[in-house]
Design a protein around this ligand. Structure first.
Ligand code: IDC
Length: 500
């Protein structure tokens, strides 16, 4: 049966991952030394929100949401980011011809987020290459870019197994030019991204670009894919984007297979051309104003983010989170933390979890699982986008979405509505949510202005929150449920504890 297959696969994934578990335990503070995503005032952005939406994978390429759903999301979950699903097939329906009307439709929705103060990460989504690789099973690439050489294909359950079908493998092998026959496919993809970036470069709601969802290497995997094929491809896209947009963040994903479950990634460092450009400008300015000393540039730092996904043991394909399975999955938490923080440090990039969650809430242990990954993210002081915001299909007992169509918190939504610092005036050193209490600590860093902003859900802090802080100036905004705290001058470490 399907359920048995799912369970067997989940067990296999867990077993595979935990056999490579290191013997030592994770250091208590892997979040230390991680770079951070920052806003225009230099504050650290802890970006949390939803993937929107899986249903955008359909023909229209647009999500089910209306404006009011975005309002409800900000109010009830405090979201400050959305990972917004786009697809190549809708943007470039025929080679070199871009659908501007589709981009306008995207821009219209992006504006809904801007009105709510929610940052948008545009995610070029794909699963199983595209709908034309295996009888409509996947999403992403357009028909003209899907070359399968007539190989057979049968959609599988769970859907991830479809990746191994001959036609799908061949479509990827042509895309990555593993076959040496179709270098134009990657060229088109790069040019498509340059077009999208040019369209959104001036849109203040868009924070960045997630270059490719869950890259899959076809017949090349791990060391023969991520380093030699994927990294230079990301570099090409980044270079092209930087010709039209110097400011936005570029989100790069490791391969999904294995890495989603806790394996290490061998993705190489993508260099941000904005750093070189800034250095050149600095030299030029110094030459012009000789004798005036160093001129400080606003922010010449690299804006590449490691956007990893976390799906331990295939909990998303039907394994529960109880008993032996839970113990093994907890091992994968440890493994994932170690491998992803190590990768982020190696790549000199902030870490962001582009997909997490994805567990059917009618499965045993789902609430525990949700609390555990939320706590892991707090511990690491990283942001995430939950998969996904799609309300369950009518008549289905499966439940994933944190909000229903009316914008009311569901079971999983109630667990996810936790306090978090949307922005931190410095470097966060601790984020910790207990029952009815919440603590954030941070260190000042140079050139930061504006307050630390903490979102406090009504479900946890129904009244006016009680504040104990090292810093004197705070303001509570009851309408938006945001507590702002300004750094006292001269103080280098800061701490705030909130109780009800
Ligand atoms: C899943 C959807 C599912 C759909 C499948 C293929 O939930 O309904 O059939 O995609 O389109 C990912 C992917 C994400 C997946 C998600 C959950 O990035 O597209 O959505 N997931 O399975 N990687 C791991 C899990």
């Amino acid at each position: 049966t399907t359920a048995a297959r799912r369970l067997a696969l989940a067990a296999l994934l867990v077993a595979a991952c935990t056999t490579v578990l290191p013997t030592g335990t994770a250091s208590a503070d892997q979040g230390d030394g991680l770079r951070q995503i920052t806003d225009g005032q230099g504050r650290t952005l802890v970006l949390r929100g939803l993937n929107t939406s899986s249903d955008a994978k359909g023909a229209s390429g647009l999500p089910w949401i209306e404006r009011r759903n975005v309002v409800a999301e900000r109010q009830n979950l405090g979201s400050n980011v959305v990972r917004y699903v786009l697809q190549w097939k809708n943007i470039e329906p025929s080679p070199g011809r871009y659908d501007e009307r589709h981009l306008d439709e995207i821009a219209r929705r992006v504006a809904w987020y801007r009105q709510q103060g929610i940052h948008v990460v545009l995610d070029m989504h794909q699963d199983i290459y595209g709908p034309y690789a295996c009888k409509g099973a996947g999403d992403g690439a357009p028909a003209w870019a899907t070359i399968t050489d007539g190989l057979p294909c049968t959609p599988q359950d769970p859907w991830v197994l479809t990746y191994l079908q001959p036609a799908v493998l061949r479509a990827y092998d042509h895309f990555w030019n593993n076959t040496g026959k179709h270098p134009e496919l990657m060229q088109r993809y790069v040019a498509m991204w340059k077009h999208v970036a040019a369209r959104f470069a001036k849109d203040p709601a868009v924070l960045g670009y997630d270059l490719m969802n869950e890259p899959f290497g076809g017949s090349k995997q791990f060391g023969s894919f991520e380093g030699p094929v994927l990294t230079p491809f990301y570099q090409r896209i980044t270079n092209a984007i930087r010709q039209v947009d110097r400011e936005k963040w570029v989100f790069v994903e490791p391969q999904a297979l294995g890495v989603n479950e806790g394996f290490g990634t061998s993705l190489g460092q993508v260099r941000d051309p904005r750093v070189r450009a800034a250095a050149a400008k600095l030299l030029q300015q110094n030459a012009q104003r000789s004798g005036t000393g160093l001129t400080r540039l606003s922010d010449p730092s690299s804006r590449i983010v490691l956007a990893a996904h976390f799906y331990p043991g295939g909990v998303d394909i039907g394994g529960g989170y109880t008993g032996v399975m839970k113990a093994l999955v907890q091992g994968e938490f440890v493994l994932w933390r170690q491998n992803m923080t190590a990768a982020a440090k190696r790549l000199n990039a902030p870490l962001w979890v582009g997909e997490i969650g994805g567990m059917d809430f009618s499965q045993p242990g789902a609430a525990d699982f949700t609390r555990d990954w939320l706590s892991m993210a707090d511990d690491l002081r990283v942001g995430w986008a939950y998969w996904s915001n799609d309300p369950s299909a009518k008549g289905s007992s499966e439940t994933y979405a944190p909000l229903d169509r009316e914008g009311t918190l569901t079971q999983v939504g109630k667990v996810m509505a936790r306090p978090f610092p949307r922005a931190v005036a410095g470097v966060p050193t601790k984020i910790s949510a207990g029952s009815g209490t919440f603590t954030v600590t941070w260190r000042s860093s140079r050139g930061v202005s504006g307050p630390t902003e903490i979102w406090l859900p009504a479900t946890v802090f129904p009244g006016t929150p009680k504040v104990k802080a090292t810093d004197r100036t705070h303001r509570w905004d009851p309408a938006n449920r945001i507590l702002s705290v300004w750094n006292d001058q001269g103080r280098t470490t800061h701490s705030i504890t909130i109780t009800r």
